[in-house]
Write a protein that binds this ligand. Sequence first.
Ligand SMILES: [Zn+2]
Ligand SMILES: [Zn+2]
Length: 262
Amino acid sequence: MALKNMFHQKAFGGQDVKISLEISFMEAVQGCTKTVTFQTAVPCETCDGTGVPPGTRPETCRACRGSGMIFMQRGPFRLQSTCSQCGGSGKTVKEFCKSCKGDRVVKGSKTVRLDVIPGIEDNETLRIFRSGGADPEGNQPGDLYVTIKVREDPVFRREGPDIHVDAVISFTQAILGGTIQVPTLTGDVVLKVRQGTQHGQKVVLKGKGIKSRGSSLYGNQYVNFRVTIPMNLTHRQRMLIEEFAKEGQQGEQERTAAGASG
Ligand SMILES: [Zn+2]
Ligand SMILES: [Zn+2]
């Protein structure tokens, strides 16, 4: 029996493995350490990666007498071909390891710990050298590629290093001003709502975004005001709003009149 590639010097290396890993929004922002388990080639434990049962010694191939080559005379030509008995290795064994059938590696599960860098973005791929499939030749495992999938957050949206959040305020808060609590990556902050804040108006919280990679700078957080209009009013609320509307019209007329006379 030929011992597959065992005595060949050329190293093909182990297989690269590609997997994906889902992490939360905050894990992506702050970085995290994760353990991933995946299926790939691992060294055969039964034969300790030798491909033959323990204690088995390879013998010199009888067909080629260890040269790995077979010579044949065909008329005037002397043909040379690789020995089919030993696959050109010049050595044979009586039997292979039953677990790996001589492959020296078997399919199994492998667990790798990986550090996810802070600020990683959705669909970025990390490459972890030599953490992929085991090398049958023994010394050149493949690489592990992990594509990061960042789960959406119900509160925070991200654009590069910047964070966007919506802040819902009532129409009275928008008109009169006040304070509201706004979530940031480092906890809630109290934000002043200016008198006369418009729907869709933005406030910038400088440096409250995500740290740019390879830089000490942080992005900004943008607070996007959304003004809610009540759908149902009590009788009294309706009266007050009607009063307000009348007052508004009068005020408008007075201002117009003043403008015309002035
Ligand atoms: Zn084995
Ligand atoms: Zn041979």
